[in-house]
Design a protein around this ligand. Structure first.
Ligand code: ADP
Length: 531
């Protein structure tokens, strides 16, 4: 018979067997979960001996997890873990480190190791969990990022250096520019001082600002005006002085002036020149220069007054001599022999030349003193030309020069001239043509209509001509060509000066063409209705 105690024991055994079976189930269940986790996971005792490991853990070493159980974790990882790894885990209870490790036959990978201790409810450490998380990609990214950052930092540093170099270079340039500016400033001041201490008045009108930019001290004195009233002002608004106004107008219009006389009063005379200012094609403005010629003019006046008085004084006795000689030559005071007549003729000619010189000197003095008065009337210019031609006919014939006159086919209108003065002017030209043409040569005097408003007189010869290099001085006082001086012809060098003055006083123009050894051609253009 089975006792109650036996039955109870049997039942207890059954319960225990069932419990064991349940535990086994749980263990399998846990094992399954463990293996299902894709991260390598292990459970170790406090000394680092592997007690449990999942499939992923085993795969790391290309083996089954059971083959790793009982082995020391530090050994299994062959130096990838610090040698006292387990000790550290136990001490710190939780540890997180990064390691690199080459799983068997595979390339090196990076892992994060997480280790956490397991404790009894009383707090005693009985082991620890060991989990690996692969972070190779993260590390790679981190490294790439770091490299990228380093590269960018380097580039930035390089850029910064470049910038700082450029800054330095710029600062250097700025310093140079400043130095140049200072130098230019000094130069400017120097130039300003020079301009200001000039003895001539100087006014500069700039085309860029369309205003007066220089008005020196001498100009202030001449116009009795302070530069502040001129500089930077609209020139139309400068009313002050009519002469200054006229000069400013010419400056702004860019009208060049060559030595024009400006009379402020009897003993304050200036010579005005207006010149272009610029380099090559580029004109930046115009400058007016006022040169004080009062003293020169005063001396000139004294000189011409002296000439005038001396000539007047000489003229009377020379006229007396002329008439005496004429009477002797005409044998009104008794018969003379051939030699006596020859001598007297020579004296008469010399006296004539003297009278002509005196007349020239007197005319020049009058012109220069402004006393040459013109008495304009409507005259028949063709008649006048014929008259001149008649007077020179004998002279030309005596020198064996063919003298011709060309007159217009149609009648010319009357021309407003001072008959005597125009006659003198044209006679001077014909006289020169005959004087400076060798025997056998030809001289022609012609008059024609130039255009509606002007007539043209031409005196042409086949004479010695005027040397090219002396041509520009032909109309100046006392000029005599080197070639005619060699010929020992008589002359004063005043004729053309007087002629030019007369023609210009009529509002006309005189010019010439000449070639040495071939001849000369003088042109005179006269306005029909006078100046
Ligand atoms: P002058 O004839 O009294 O010397 P002018 O003033 O009339 O003075 O002439 C000045 C100079 O110009 C002359 O000395 C001469 O050298 C030159 N000249 C003028 N006309 C002629 C001409 N027709 N042919 C050559 N030379 C001339």
């Amino acid at each position: 018979m089975v006792t109650k105690a036996e039955i109870e024991k049997k039942e207890e055994k059954i319960v225990i067997a069932e419990l064991i079976e349940d535990l086994e189930d749980l263990k399998r269940y846990l094992q399954d979960i463990l293996n299902f986790i894709p991260l390598p996971l292990a459970y170790l005792n406090p000394r680092g001996i592997i007690l449990e490991a999942n499939v992923s853990f085993g795969k790391l070493f290309s083996t089954f997890p059971e083959n790793l159980i009982g082995k020391r974790i530090e050994k299994v990882f062959k130096g990838a873990l610090p040698h006292n790894f387990s000790e550290k885990v136990i001490n710190r209870r939780f540890l997180e480190i990064e390691i690199s490790f080459s799983p068997k036959g595979k390339e090196k990978k990076f892992y994060k190791v997480l280790a956490n201790t397991r404790r009894t409810p009383e707090g005693e450490i009985i082991g620890y969990y060991f989990l690996l998380v692969e972070i190779t990609e993260l590390i790679r990214l981190q490294r790439a990022l770091k490299e990228e950052v380093e590269l960018k930092t380097k580039e930035l540093q390089l850029k910064l250096k470049e910038l700082s170099d450029s800054r330095k270079a710029l600062l250097n340039i700025l310093a140079d520019v400043e130095e140049e500016r200072k130098k230019a400033e000094e130069e400017r001041t120097k130039v300003e001082i020079i301009i200001d201490s000039l003895a001539d008045g100087l006014i500069f009108f700039s085309f860029s600002s369309m205003k007066v930019e220089v008005f020196n001290t001498q100009a202030e004195k001449i116009f009795k005006i302070k530069r502040d009233e001129i500089l930077g002002k609209e020139i139309e608004k400068i009313e002050k002085d009519p002469i200054l106004k006229e000069i400013l107008k010419k400056l702004s219009e860019g009208i060049e002036v060559e030595k024009e006389e400006i009379k402020f009063d009897e003993d304050k005379i200036f010579e005005l020149s207006i010149i272009k200012v610029g380099r090559g094609e580029k004109v930046i403005g115009f400058s007016a220069i006022l040169h004080d010629v009062s003293r020169e003019k005063f001396i000139e006046k004294l000189k011409s007054e002296f000439v005038s008085i001396a000539a007047h004084q000489l003229r009377t006795p020379l006229s007396a001599i002329k008439w005496t000689l004429k009477m002797l030559l005409d044998q009104e005071l008794g018969k003379l022999n051939r030699d006596q007549l020859d001598l007297l003729e020579k004296s008469y000619q010399a006296n004539e030349r003297m009278i002509s010189l005196i007349n020239d000197l007197l005319n020049v003095a009058r012109i220069e003193e402004g006393r040459y008065v013109y008495n304009l009337k409507k005259e028949d210019i063709v008649e006048l030309i014929k008259e001149i031609a008649l007077e020179f006919e004998d002279k030309a014939k005596m020198k064996d020069i063919k003298f011709g006159v060309i007159l217009p086919e149609k009648p010319l209108p009357l021309v407003s001239v001072d008959r005597e003065k125009i006659k003198l002017a044209i006679s001077n030209l014909v006289d020169n043509a005959i004087k400076y043409t060798l025997p056998g040569g030809v001289v022609t005097l012609s008059v024609s209509r130039y255009n509606k408003k002007e007539v043209l007189i031409i005196v042409q010869d086949t004479g010695v001509g005027i040397p090219k290099d002396q041509q520009e001085r032909v109309f100046t006082r006392f000029f005599r060509g080197a070639n005619v001086l060699r010929m020992e012809t008589s002359g004063t060098g005043l004729g053309l000066y007087i002629t030019k003055n007369i023609i210009e006083a009529h509002g006309g123009k005189i010019w010439f063409e000449s070639e040495e050894g071939k001849g000369s051609k003088f042109f005179v253009k006269l306005p029909i209705s006078g100046p």
